[in-house]
Write a protein that binds this ligand. Structure first.
Ligand SMILES: [Zn+2]
Length: 255
């Protein structure tokens, strides 16, 4: 893990610099600067899943195809609309489900799987402060989401997308214990902030490149409206849209 190596490097730098500059007037400033730099690097690692700072995530595909991923569902209104659009376009996607919503709408979870899409774990609570959860509480939360999905579909997910894209050493430990794989993204659609479907489509089309894992949300009206255009654009550019397991050559479920 990059985090461990960097921590050792910074700790060594603190000791060495402290030793060298001990008898100077500015020793405090040098050590404070090193410490501040360490904090900046760590915060960057926490909020940038693509940095693979605490754990390695799947942030990109291995094949030339792109893949669509939807977080924060199932949603009673938007998920059916998105499923209908995907069906019409004959495209399969991955849905990172929030466990407590899956609990509420099991028929939607079933529909997602029956229509050939993949389901992954997006935590049970999607708690605002999940990044501060203890290891034990985090593990329980993730296990609870797996249990709900397995109860409904008979499949135990291996993919996990961290809420808010935040990672830390506790996620690294828990995912390892559960044998799960963290999944990030390479193209953030920002559909949660898009003013209308045209703004969303434009943002995606301008940035889209082969191997992209595209982050969308199936609780946004704008997202459902944009699917047709996104898919058609990919077809025009001869970019295939495949499922996450296919583009990353990994398994979606425990066997
Ligand atoms: Zn989320």
């Amino acid at each position: 893990m990059k985090h461990n190596i960097i921590t050792v490097l910074f700790a060594t730098a603190l000791v060495v610099l402290g030793f060298i500059f001990w008898q100077t007037d500015y020793v405090f400033y040098i050590l404070a600067a090193v410490f501040l730099l360490y904090i900046i690097v760590t915060v960057y690692g926490v909020f940038t899943i693509q940095s693979n700072y605490f754990l390695t995530s799947l942030n990109k595909g291995k094949s030339n195809a792109v893949t669509l991923t939807f977080d924060d569902g199932p949603d009673p209104v938007q998920t059916p609309l998105i499923l209908a659009a995907l069906k019409e376009q004959e495209v399969k996607a991955t849905f990172f489900l929030i466990g407590k919503k899956a609990d509420q709408y099991p028929e939607l979870v079933n529909q997602i799987v029956q229509e050939g899409h993949i389901v992954g774990n997006h935590s049970y609570s999607h708690h605002m402060l999940i990044g501060f959860f203890s290891r034990r509480r985090l593990k329980k939360d993730l296990e609870q989401c797996n249990a709900v999905i397995e109860q409904i579909t008979g499949k135990r997910p291996l993919y996990f997308r961290p809420p808010f894209g935040v990672t830390n050493p506790r996620y690294a430990d828990v995912l390892k214990e559960l044998g799960m794989q963290s999944v990030g993204w390479s193209l953030r659609s920002l559909d949660t902030k898009a003013k209308n479907k045209y703004a969303l489509i434009e943002r995606i089309l301008v940035r889209l490149k082969k191997k992209d894992i595209i982050l969308l949300h199936d609780n946004q009206e704008v997202t459902a409206d944009a699917i047709d255009d996104i898919v058609q654009h990919c077809r025009q550019k001869k970019i295939a849209i495949e499922t996450l397991d296919w583009v990353t050559k990994t398994a979606a479920y425990a066997s």
